[in-house]
Design a protein around this ligand. Structure first.
Ligand code: C2E
Ligand code: MG
Ligand code: MG
Ligand code: MG
Length: 264
């Protein structure tokens, strides 16, 4: 079939496009089942202190163990979860699951949980977090947010973040450097941690990396580098005074069981 493309011309619908729409619809139905049937899992990537490479905590990363598709990565289902609002129950589950695992890891470790913008709009979020951290030092939980979170509804978002901070949990700005209003937002947001996106490492420009680490230090933030894959990157970051890091050099995300074995 041919369709107007909005520029006065015509373009052909490719069969692949149709298949994609069907796949998304199927995914949406599947995702509800995934929640109901317990097909979601959290994997845990170690966060290490760069001076000595000891594990200080973990980042919880969602996976979907699909009966036919196998292990599905978040890039393939988080966007649909956000569109459909299913991210709210999924995020609530993740908070509960990750903090339960944090109790099993013991009081020496921290846990990071990713939040989506949709969750920050949820009036029940603060209540959910308060419930999740019962019996845990709240400072051991860090909630990771991206800049896009605050671009949508800044006042409400900042109010929610302030309420979360009042619980004593820490906040991290994730994927720092991929957005475009970084510096302005940084001063407005009550964040404790700056997570440098791995594209910083890939850019291979030590002066730029040094400047961003200094920025974090000047604002008294913990700085975490994402996506460290090579020994040389580790040494550079360590020498520049970057506090923490994550990456395949140290460890891939681990199953809950393997994360317990890794610290045993
Ligand atoms: P993120 O929070 O920035 O997580 C870091 C991503 O980088 C993870 O991908 C991790 O597996 C990957 N990674 C870690 N070390 C390396 C490395 O050395 N090299 C490379 N190339 N990649 C590395 P993952 O698990 O596929 O997650 C992708 C994104 O999905 C996350 O990015 C986060 O934005 C989102 N996500 C994951 N779990 C959740 C969740 O529970 N809730 C929400 N809202 N979002 C989540
Ligand atoms: Mg993250
Ligand atoms: Mg990140
Ligand atoms: Mg990232």
């Amino acid at each position: 079939h041919a369709k107007r493309d909005g520029h006065g011309g015509f373009r052909l619908f490719e069969p692949a496009m149709h298949a994609d729409v069907l796949a998304r619809l199927e995914l949406r139905t599947d995702l509800q089942r995934a929640i109901d049937e317990g097909e979601l899992e959290l994997h845990y990537q170690p966060v290490v202190r760069l001076v000595d490479r000891t594990t200080t905590g973990f980042e919880a990363l969602m996976r979907w163990r699909h009966p036919e598709r196998g292990l599905v990565s978040p890039a393939d289902f988080i966007p649909i979860a956000e569109e459909t609002g299913l991210i709210i129950p999924m995020g609530r589950w993740a908070l509960h699951e990750a903090t339960t695992h944090l109790r099993a890891l013991g009081s020496l470790y921290r846990m990071n949980v990713n939040l989506s913008a949709k969750q920050l709009q949820d009036p029940g979020l603060v209540h959910d977090v308060r419930e999740a951290i019962v019996g845990i030092d709240p400072g051991r939980l860090t909630l990771e947010l991206t800049e896009s979170i605050v671009m949508e509804d800044t006042d409400h978002a900042v109010a929610q973040l302030t309420a979360l901070k009042a619980l004593g949990v820490r906040l991290a700005l994730d994927d720092f450097g991929t957005g475009y209003s970084s510096l302005g937002y940084l001063s407005r947001l009550p964040v404790d941690v700056l997570k440098l996106d791995r594209t910083f490492l890939a850019c291979d420009e030590p002066n730029l990396i040094a400047a961003v680490i200094s920025l974090g230090q000047a604002l008294a933030l913990d700085v975490v580098a994402e996506g460290i894959e090579e020994e040389a990157q580790w040494r550079t970051l360590r020498d520049l005074g970057c506090h923490y890091g994550q990456g395949f050099l140290f460890s891939k995300p681990l199953t809950a069981e393997d994360s317990l074995a890794a610290i045993a």
